[in-house]
Design a protein around this ligand. Structure first.
Ligand code: G3H
Ligand code: 13P
Ligand code: ZN
Length: 313
């Protein structure tokens, strides 16, 4: 099956009260671990690539690795640009075969965000590609840009209908208290999300797919694995799984996960070297890392997103 857009995935996810996992990828082992997990539980998938990932791995390599995963699994896979900052990067991804792009104008004033997003939508739709826009600002780190808590702002529900109708976007990322990276809440702080905003957005945009960025749970087992094996991560707190499940049962159809993959990979490799300091063949430590990525993703697909068994519904 060729790469697909997220249109059908989101329609079914909305109706079924579950969400599609959008996992960030930048190397072969991540792509293999994620797609093998999805194949085992028959889940549809979004693999997403950031500007930083393209710079690190080269866009052609990533495209070919994703195509290989598609051949190996036969799953519906959507290849998505994560946080496209301008028209040019979106165009470059569309021209090279991505089936979905995000244009992230969330840091711009409302009208400028609309103008930029609309420009990308027009080009993307003319090429059969779908577009995710964003309203509201998440805190945290993405591509070396650090948005402080003070600069973060929740999505204003009263703006979403105008944004969607004037831009023509296919999905909308909103800010309800999630943030990028491993340090989402301060130590001692109780994780909270603004479900009232999500509910209001859902009412104003019936049957429209909403996207949740910054949705890693920062699984303590992996933070501990890092710290037990020579790491030095301060207290890291993520989004509780029950909150993600609740969001998935509402209008959220796409849940973005990157940090949890990083933690699982790094924890596993640190542990491996601690136990086998004599190893120097990359396959010796990348193999268990890939295995743990697979286990982690299976857990997310089944227990958090609820999209297992939905690949060919
Ligand atoms: O939201 C950002 C993603 O976690 C990607 O991170 O830009 O460091 O590749 P990156
Ligand atoms: P996390 O840092 O919570 O994994 O979020 C990833 C993300 O939103 C990618 O766009
Ligand atoms: Zn993001």
């Amino acid at each position: 099956m060729p790469l697909v857009t997220s249109t059908e995935m989101f329609k079914k996810a909305y109706e079924g009260g579950y969400a599609i996992g959008a996992f960030n990828v930048n190397n072969m082992e991540l792509i293999q671990g994620i797609t093998e997990a999805a194949k085992e539980v028959s889940a549809p998938l979004i693999l997403q690539v950031s500007a930083g990932a393209r710079k690190y791995a080269n866009s052609t390599y990533l495209m070919k690795l994703v195509e290989a995963a598609e051949i190996e699994t036969g799953l519906p896979i959507c290849l998505h640009l994560d946080h496209g900052a301008d028209f040019d990067i979106c165009k470059s991804c569309i021209d090279s075969g991505f089936t979905s792009v995000m244009i992230d104008g969330s840091k711009l004033p409302f009208d400028e965000n609309i103008a930029l997003t609309k420009e990308v939508v027009e080009y993307a739709h003319a090429h059969g590609v779908v577009v995710e826009g964003e309203l509201g600002k998440l805190a945290g780190i993405e591509d070396d840009v650090n948005v402080s808590d003070a600069d973060a702002s929740y999505t204003r529900p009263e703006e979403v209908e105008e944004f969607v109708s004037r831009t023509g976007v296919d999905s909308l990322a909103i800010a309800i208290g999630t943030s990028h990276g491993a340090y989402k809440f301060k130590p001692g702080q109780k994780p909270q999300l603004r479900f009232d905003i999500l509910e209001e957005v859902g009412k104003r945009l019936p049957e429209f797919p909403i996207v949740l960025h910054g949705a890693s749970s920062v699984i303590p087992e992996y933070v501990k694995m890092i710290n037990d094996n020579g790491g030095a991560m301060p207290d890291a707190i993520g989004i509780p799984e029950d909150m993600l499940r609740k969001a998935a049962s509402m209008a959220v159809c796409k849940i973005n996960i990157d940090s949890d993959l990083r933690l699982a990979m790094t924890g596993t490799i640190r542990k491996h070297f601690n136990e086998h300091p004599e190893h120097f063949d990359p396959r010796q430590y990348l193999k268990p890392a890939r295995e743990n990525i697979k286990e982690l993703v299976k857990h997310k697909l089944i227990n958090v997103l609820g999209c297992d068994g939905k690949a060919f519904d």
